[in-house]
Design a binder for this molecule. Structure first.
Ligand SMILES: O=C(O)CCC(=O)C(=O)O
Ligand SMILES: [Fe+2]
Length: 562
């Protein structure tokens, strides 16, 4: 039996609204049959374009074709918080340990953390292209996982809810780790609002966020900057580096298109608690009029600084303020029923220049406009259920939740640590020309193996891949233009108690005398590290395992300890 080809058009990335629909019965059943019988399927009409694939392969090839000394700084193992991220050199890895090292090079993009150093130079645009391809694959994977759940008659969220952190850096609930009460920070007692606040760890007070709150439409000018025309936005962060001017201007005009997030709701919350007497807009306007370089706005716990090159910087100075705002945000978010998912795009550099943008899920689309700018998306997955009533003021609701979400993310960012909590990896593979006389006995381009996670998306530009059938023999996999090969990986087989099968596959050497290269892009989807994988039929066929522990074990089997 060959690999089935299934039309995924009904769930294509081009269709934005589709996640609310039940997958069609025939799509579910075709997918199910492929994953039960073969473990592999070709999906057509996914919405991922050939152009996107070509771009990702092209920039990868430019990276691989460089001399090794230029690639070495990016070696896998060099990234402290992301051990699987980086370059894997030729013959380093034996996916079948009984064979000599695979004749391939790879680059694993496992972390989108803004502090990760990416290849540049010859591979100009590498980070942006890999990141945007990663995010496209992520979106498609989530759709596939949804259809897979449906095909098994399971709750459509069963797989999705264990894949919430693909491509997100860790945002651990650091507050929970910190002891009760007390302000261990600099700042006068008047900064501390309320009682029994949980204090935040020390990273917070060093973390400078440039927040600018504008209540009315205003024009700001500063000595070294052009005019900025800002609409009322909460969470708009002004970049301090003059080289980013145009970026700020573009940003503000985009926010205008998306609609504005007014802070009125925040203000009323603040007032109700007696913590602030003024709308923030006024505070900011006051700041702008003043000539001094620094203020402490004790009534809302923020300090504001102003310098020649920075419009304004607002520093979160007190842990109680941080937790206060977090709580406000959470209350606001939970008090409003909202149907829209919210997407926040954040650009953060280590010197804490940031631009926030809050929008509804169409922002996901807008995300692609940011490819070249190093934006980091934070998508708030947990959208609030319920629908707008007829009489609801949609904009007001959206503003409230957007504001809350925005703040929450800013605050989380300010205390986040830098590890990742989902092992999903976009792996770019390059198989150089092979001199078959020099190849070692039994050596392959990629030895027999099955993948480790939930599913794998594979894009290939040339033949060579083989998949093992149930009967034991290997069959050649064709390349079908525009189609994506998707396979079940080991954790998914466990999860489905062997209903879906994860099968061995390999990449052969080209025939003698054929000096062609091969490239592929494999998107290995993993559940979140903390997700406990138990058989979804309720059986005990496999003991529960956390996805993170399972992945570590599999990687260490492949690469050896360390
Ligand atoms: O390059 C290919 O086509 C296959 C790669 C693969 O299976 C893997 O890296 O897991
Ligand atoms: Fe594989």
């Amino acid at each position: 039996m060959s690999i089935p080809v299934v039309d995924f058009g009904a769930y294509s990335l081009d269709r934005k609204d589709v996640l609310l629909d039940e997958p069609t019965h025939s799509l579910s059943q075709e997918l199910r049959k492929a994953f039960v019988d073969v473990g592999f399927v070709f999906l057509t009409n996914t919405g991922v374009t050939q152009e996107e694939v070509d771009r990702a392969m092209e920039v990868s090839k430019k990276f691989f074709l460089q001399p090794d000394e230029l690639k070495r700084p990016f070696r896998r193992g060099n990234f402290a918080n992301s051990p699987n991220h980086g370059w894997v050199s030729l013959e380093t890895e034996s996916l079948n340990p009984r064979r000599p090292g695979d004749l391939k090079e790879a680059f694993n993009s496992s972390s989108l953390h803004p502090d990760i150093k990416w290849p540049s130079g010859a591979a100009l645009g590498f980070q942006e292209i890999q990141t945007s391809f990663f995010l496209r694959c992520k979106e498609l994977s989530l759709r596939v996982l949804r259809v897979m759940a449906h095909s098994l008659g399971l709750d459509p969220e069963v797989f999705l809810s264990a894949h919430r952190f693909i491509g997100c850096e860790v945002v651990r609930d650091v507050y929970a780790q910190v002891p009760e009460a007390g302000d261990h920070f600099h700042g006068s007692p008047s900064d501390v609002q309320g009682r029994g606040e949980v204090s935040a760890p020390s990273e917070v007070h060093d973390h400078l966020l440039g927040l600018l709150h504008v209540d009315k439409e205003v024009v700001l000018s500063a000595p070294t900057l052009q005019l900025f025309h800002l609409l009322p936005v909460v969470g708009l962060v002004v970049v301090s580096d003059p080289s980013h001017h145009s970026c700020v201007i573009r940003e503000t005009s985009r926010i205008r298109q998306l609609g504005c997030i007014a802070e009125q709701s925040c203000v009323s919350r603040v007032n109700r608690r007696g913590l602030s007497t003024q709308p923030w807009g006024e505070l900011v306007l006051r700041v702008m009029e003043e000539e001094e370089t620094s203020w402490i706005l004790t009534d809302c716990g923020l300090s504001v600084r102003k310098s020649r090159t920075q419009l304004h910087r607002v520093k979160l100075i007190s842990p109680s303020v941080v937790s206060f705002w977090t709580r406000v945000c959470e209350e606001m978010a939970s008090s409003v029923d909202l149907f829209l998912p919210i997407c926040i795009l954040v650009r953060v550099h280590s010197d804490v220049d940031a631009v926030l943008d809050v929008g509804h899920d169409q922002s996901l689309e807008a995300l692609h406009d940011y490819r070249g700018e190093g934006y980091r998306p934070i998508v708030i997955q947990a959208c609030h259920c319920g629908r707008f009533g007829d009489g609801d003021d949609h904009v007001a609701v959206f503003r409230q939740v957007g504001t809350a979400a925005c703040w929450r993310e800013v605050l989380k960012m300010s205390v986040s640590t830098s590890a990742d909590e989902n092992g999903t990896t976009l792996r770019s593979l390059y198989y150089p020309p092979v001199n078959s006389e020099k190849a070692k006995e039994g050596q392959l381009r990629c030895g027999e193996h099955s993948d480790y996670g939930s599913i794998t998306l594979l894009f290939q530009n040339n033949e060579g891949l083989q998949v093992r059938r149930r009967s034991g023999e290997f069959i050649c996999v064709p390349t079908i233009p525009g189609a994506i090969l998707i396979n079940i990986a080991d954790l998914m087989q466990r999860w489905t108690a062997d209903v879906f099968v994860s099968v061995l596959h390999r990449v052969l050497l080209p025939p003698a005398g054929d000096s062609s290269t091969r490239q592929s892009l494999a998107f290995f989807v993993h559940p979140d590290d903390e997700a406990l994988i138990t058989c979804c039929d309720g059986s005990n066929k496999y003991p529960p395992v956390t996805a993170g522990a399972y992945l570590i074990k599999r990687l260490s089997d492949t690469y050896g300890q360390g």
